[in-house]
Structure formats: C-alpha cells, structure tokens
Design a protein around this ligand. Structure first.
Ligand code: UT7
Length: 332
C-alpha cells in the first residue's frame, strides 16, 4: 500500500511585489479587471534570483522543518517548467545547495501539474523501500518567459518555490493522473532556437500551434478560454476519479488544495463538486499563479499556520500545460 507523510514544508517568494496597479502602468488593464476576472491583486517577480536559488531556499526550509539531516535524503525530485538550464537538472542544483550528498536527483516537467506528478512519483519510490526520505521541490521563475505586452496572460503569473520532505506512511494514498496531448497548443512556450548556428539547420521546425506568434516564439502562448474550460472540467473530474479509487466521498476530505490559476476556475470547480468553500485553500490574491509551485506553497503556508494536522485527509488537485491534470488524496 502506498502512503506518504509530509514531515517538513518550506517556501520562498522573491521580494519584489508586482501589483495590478504596476501592470497597468504599461498594459491596457486595471486592478478592477484583473481582480474581478482572476482574484489576483499582486504577484512576486524574481528580478535577479535564479530559479535554482529560489528552489534551494524553499528546499532548505523544508529540510529544516522536517528535522532530518540533509544526508538522510535519498532522492530529490524537482518540478519546473522554467529551469535556468536545460541541464543539469534543477534537482541536481538543489541537491548540491541543500547538501543532500546521498540523494539521487531528477526533474519532472508537467508544467502546473508538476508537484502532483512529482509527489505521486515520490510515493512510488517510497513504496520500494530503498528510499526513506524524499525532498520534492517545485519552483518557477516565469517572468522571463512571459510576454509583458500580452495583457491576458502576463497578469496571471508570479514567481515562487515550495518544497516538502515526505516519508512513507502506513496510512493510504491514492492518485489520478491524466494528460491530453491533443491540446498541447492551448498553452506552451517554445524553446528559442533562433541563435543556433549549425549551417545544416533549416528554419525552426518545432511544432507550431493555432495561437503561435512568430514574433514571440520564445514566450508563453496561451488560449485562455480553452484552458479555462479544460481546467474547470479537469479539476472536477480528477477529484471525482481519485475519490472513486479511494472509496471516499467528497465529505471525507478535510482540506482541498487546488492549483491556484484563477479564483473563478476554483469557484466553478468547487460549485460543480458541491464542496464547502471553507475546506478549500486559496492564496492567489497575493501570489498569482506560480505554476507547479502553487500547491507546495499552499502546503507550507498551511503547515506554518498549524492547519495541517495528523490524521487529516487532504486532496491536492491541479492542471496545466500539456494539457495535464491530476489529483492526490492522502491521510497525513
Ligand atoms: O496554470 C494554468 C494557466 N492558465 C490559466 O489558468 C488561464 C485560464 N484562463 C483564464 O484565467 C481567463 O481566460 C483569462 C483571465 C486569461 C481571461 O479572462 P476572460 O474572462 O476569459 O477574458 P476574455 O479572454 O474573454 O476577454 C474578455 C475581454 C477581451 O476584450 P474584448 O475582446 O471583449 O474587447 C480582452 O481583450 O477582456 C479583455 N482583456 C483584458 N482587459 C483588461 C483580456 N485581458 C485583459 C486585461 N485587462 N488584463
């Protein structure tokens, strides 16, 4: 039987606050539009801190909170879609910074669903028995990848990192993971190959999507309406499917932690599921959408506030580029 216990959490957000009012100094937008359509008032932007430093700060805080020594970490899993380097993996940089010299390390990229996929992977390594303590970190520095002339996408995103140290538990966990690659072009960011200098190369042949803009091939491109529609259905469906696997009902969950993309998406999913709003944690007013980092950041805030208690049944649910989605239910 698979089971995880979160023994430590940590988070890091950059100092610089980017408010809706600041965005409206150079974009045709305003605080009223952004807040009423998204629930976001401000987000943090990392002006000069690389992703791996942010990730490492969150990871160090999680390890300190867990009380274990870094040498006791057997595996570092990092989720990111905005790494500083193609390679080495972000997890290797975090392993180095944290001093987890005995750990294996690799990355997972499923965009905003990254932490769910990484935590699910961690649970399977823990089941194996060779791995006792796993550091799962999700970290994003999205500002360099956003197009700050695109008012419908750039207003959503923020930078931040969250981490959890997990160990095997004798209480059960369940997961449901999904991907719909047919919708890859609803949300994507192409690798910029424009500076390649191999004389044999033909012009960029990477797949292009319906909303591709040749002038901005290296920035995040999003069909907001398509993602919105997918998100509401995917969150509802992932929660119902994981609960079916668990043999639990919606009322058996003590705390729901959804991906923080848009307050309206969360409200619609909550309404269609019929969950009481006070069981759902939302922090996007001050954080914006930090992609894979949203859920572990919520976990860290909740744990620090004493709201994660032993014996609780917690449901994590997310969606993101891919289009991917997934949910995890575990007894803490
Ligand atoms: O982790 C996953 C990441 N992505 C998402 O979760 C995105 C999901 N989608 C959304 O959150 C919403 O679709 C958006 C927030 C992106 C857009 O909200 P919407 O209510 O779907 O707006 P819309 O695209 O239907 O646009 C309505 C109007 C348009 O103007 P016209 O054509 O009606 O004149 C837009 O140009 O609002 C305009 N608009 C804005 N106006 C002021 C779009 N963005 C803005 C803005 N400020 N920032």
């Amino acid at each position: 039987m698979r089971g995880i216990k979160i023994i430590g959490t940590g988070m890091y957000v950059p100092e610089t606050i980017a408010s809706n009012d600041w965005l409206s100094t150079f974009l045709d937008t305003n605080d009223e539009w952004i807040y009423s359509r998204t629930g976001i008032r401000e987000r943090r932007i990392s002006t000069d801190t690389p992703n791996f430093v942010m990730a490492s700060e969150a990871a160090k805080a999680a390890v300190a909170d867990s009380g274990i020594d870094p040498s006791e970490i057997d595996l570092v899993l990092a989720a990111t879609c905005s790494p500083d380097y193609f390679y080495p993996a972000l997890s290797c940089l975090v392993q180095h910074e944290v001093g987890a010299q005995n750990a294996a390390a690799f990355d997972i990229n499923s965009a905003c669903t990254g932490f769910i996929n990484a935590l699910d992977t961690a649970s399977r390594f823990l089941e194996d028995g060779d791995y006792r303590n796993i550091l799962v970190v999700a970290s994003e520095r999205l500002a360099p990848h956003c197009d700050y002339t695109d008012r419908s996408a750039s207003i959503l995103f923020g930078d931040g990192s969250g981490a959890a140290v997990v160990t095997k538990s004798d209480k059960p966990m369940w997961s449901y993971l999904s991907a719909k690659g047919d919708f890859f072009n609803a949300l994507y960011c192409k690798v910029d190959q424009s500076r390649a200098n191999c004389p044999l190369l033909k012009p960029d042949i990477a797949p292009v999507g319906i909303i591709d803009n040749e002038a901005k091939t290296h920035t995040l491109q999003m069909n907001g309406k398509a993602v919105y529609k997918f998100a509401v259905e995917a969150m509802d469906s992932a929660v119902r499917k994981v609960l079916e696997r668990a043999g639990l009902g919606l009322d058996d969950i003590d705390l729901y932690i959804p991906h923080q993309a848009n307050a309206r998406i969360i409200e619609s999913a909550v309404k269609s599921l019929g969950i009481p709003a006070d069981k759902v944690y939302v922090n996007l007013e001050k954080r914006g959408n930090t992609s894979s980092a949203c859920i572990p950041t919520c976990l860290a805030e909740l744990k620090q506030a004493g709201r994660i208690k032993d014996g609780m049944t917690i449901c994590l649910v997310g969606f993101g580029a891919g289009l991917t989605s997934g949910a995890i239910v575990f007894n803490q």
